[in-house]
Design a protein around this ligand. Structure first.
Ligand SMILES: Cc1ncc(COP(=O)(O)O)c(C=O)c1O
Length: 383
């Protein structure tokens, strides 16, 4: 059943005022998510102590995230950020043996390279896979970098700079052939497209709830495949990572048998309320329908940009891109500010502005964006 997307748009007040094309930075806020924040305040103001509800909210986020990724709740750690999940995982890996190499790509969000470089004093060697001449990184480019010394291939799904999507199955095949594990940073894809960590056959995945998952900052997840969890003991730990949180045992570290061992302290409770509401909303719409709509909107946007003579740098093939369309500009920060004057919300990275689409956008948004770009082309277009 196709959804009534126009009715869904009314759940996001900012869409009445703005052409909102910034979901790759953060989502538009839904009334239901606001109500969840209000519910947290009500609980704190009127109920006072409500520890059991707090724990339930955290568990609810875990289950909903598992459903979204097609994983089991035992394979999900609810974290405070992508960075927190990566640090917990990194702390459980050893880099002193022959398998000390971490392969990343030049499409990484900084945190998924910096955290691996931070392991260099512990023996890690970080190798970057560069772009090809056309700006894309096809799977073959990873072939030279992934070898029998590779412990982990840590790669983004969709690049935050240019919207390019990596060939994950192709890269996973190369990693498997050399016995390396794969970590997927899916923050720029999760919620904007259908994502099945089992079908992708990755060992780990990280993401967060601020962008396409309709939630808020300060909450994310780490997926760790069940067969990987038991052998990994994070030294980044805490009482919420223990097998029995209520044991309050100060004599030993007894990590949970599940991926909860990658958590740390008191959960980000207020963010759990918001994330739960966002995830419920997103799952109700369904990621297959969202993916279809996002591809249709981005395809249309890219066609229209071609027509006005200001083509995007995002790969044209659906298999090579996500929900962001990146457009080159001679002054991207000023272009983004000028678009804001037209009530069009975008962001900018490097020499590009980013227009990120979600299911709550429509063709009118594409046309408003194109009309403004046409007007601004002489001042801000590519040189
Ligand atoms: C692909 C990607 N990874 C990681 C991050 C950072 O995540 P966090 O701030 O939760 O550590 C971002 C944030 O924009 C991102 O786009």
């Amino acid at each position: 059943m196709e959804h009534n997307f126009e009715a869904l748009r009314r759940e996001f007040p900012v869409l009445q005022r703005k052409t909102y094309l910034n979901s790759g930075s953060y989502c538009a806020l839904a009334n239901e998510v606001r109500a969840a924040f209000d519910a947290y305040m009500e609980d704190r103001l009127l109920v006072g102590a409500n520890w059991d509800v707090w724990v339930t909210k955290n568990e609810s986020v875990r289950s909903l995230t598992a459903k979204l990724l097609r994983a089991s709740p035992d394979e999900i750690a609810v974290t405070a950020s992508v960075s927190a999940g990566l640090n917990a995982l990194a702390s459980a890996l050893q880099f002193t043996g022959a398998r000390n190499k971490v392969v990343v790509s030049d499409f990484e969000f900084p945190t998924n390279a910096q955290i691996w470089h931070a392991q260099e004093p512990r023996g890690a060697r970080v190798v970057h896979v560069p772009r090809d001449r056309d700006g894309y990184i096809p799977a073959q480019m990873f072939e030279k970098a992934i070898d029998e010394h590779t412990q982990l291939v840590a790669i983004t799904h969709v690049c935050f700079r240019n919207g390019a999507k990596l060939d994950i199955p192709g890269i996973v095949r190369l990693a498997r052939a050399k016995g390396a594990k794969v970590l997927l940073d899916c923050y720029q894809s999760v919620g904007s497209m259908d994502l099945d960590v089992k079908a992708l056959d990755v060992d780990f995945a990280v993401g967060g709830m601020l962008k396409y998952l309709l939630g808020t900052a300060g909450i994310g997840f780490l997926y760790a495949k069940a067969s990987c969890v038991q052998s990994l003991v994070p030294s980044n730990s805490g009482w919420f990572a223990q097998a029995d949180i209520t044991a309050m045992d100060i004599t030993a570290n007894r990590p949970a048998p599940s991926a909860r061992r990658f958590e740390a302290g008191t959960p980000p409770v207020v963010n759990c309320y918001a994330a739960e509401a966002g995830l419920n909303m997103l799952l109700k719409v369904g990621t297959p329908a969202i993916e279809r709509r996002n591809y249709a909107l981005t395809r249309r946007c890219m066609q229209r940009l071609e027509e006005i003579g200001w083509p995007s740098i995002t790969p044209a093939e659906d298999s090579r891109r996500g929900a962001t369309v990146a457009v080159p500009s001679r002054a991207s920060a000023r272009l983004s500010a000028a678009l804001m004057q037209h009530d069009i919300v975008t962001s900018h990275r490097d020499d590009n502005i980013r227009a990120s689409f979600h299911f709550y956008n429509n063709e009118d948004d594409v046309e408003s964006f194109i009309a403004a770009m046409q007007e601004l082309r002489a001042t801000f277009g590519p040189l």
